[in-house]
Ligand binder design. Sequence first.
Ligand code: MBD
Ligand code: FE
Length: 281
Amino acid sequence: MTTINPAPTAADSGARATERFAADKTNVADTPPERVDLLAREVLGAVHDTIRRHKLTYAEYNALKAWLIGVGQGGEWPLFLDVWVEHVVEEVATEHRHGNKGTIEGPYYVPGAPERGVGDSVPMRDNESGSPLVWTGRVTSTDGAALSDATIELWHADSDGLYSQFAPGIPEWNLRAAFHADADGRFEIHTVRPAPYQIPTDGACGKLIAAAGWHAWRPAHLHVKVSAPGHELLTAQLYFPNDEHNDDDIASAVKPELILDPRPGPNGGEAIAYDFVLDRA
Ligand code: MBD
Ligand code: FE
């Protein structure tokens, strides 16, 4: 692939992530007042403690205020929360599970991707760059039974680290699909290896990273949502061994159980084997 796509601006990808969140996730019941009171008081108390302990100055308070205003103006709340907060929410929400480990969803999932079957390729451009990946696996329940009606929704960045629908100039459903497993829970997915992902550096999140002397990288990853009737939805990401950011992911979302073991595959690419075990709902 020879076309060079411009990197998305923080504001463009942020606006799109905000729009997606509003469409998919704001239709929830009100949180009871006792719960809001408890949580809001504790969070504010933690902020007050930090101010006292470190004797925050007015200059620092105003820098914080300007930065928070910038997060909102740039549409970066979805990115900020998913990078620095979601991993703990996911940990708490899934601690009862006996099946597959999961991890955070992040800001770039889009429901309704094109459907595909066993042995199919994810939608991609002619000459999509990146090493070909052939992924075989099976979806079972925690009791070992094959899940005959399982679906693996897959989405990931391209070999430039860019996501369709969040970066300009990429076909709408590029590297996004919903794969149906067969009657025995087996699936085979053809795609290409994604590149590591750098969160936008030109917005408020990027400013925080620069001001704190951090880095903006996530290791290369494949996002999945695995579902089957009567089972809990599994949201996960799979990672590649030896990625330099597996140990210092800016989003703290890597778990050892989610690191793949690729082998040489067809067409100079890689073969990966990774199964999923779902908990009963
Ligand atoms: C991503 O691609 C991602 O997966 C997360 C969690 C945050 C920002 C960008
Ligand atoms: Fe991602």
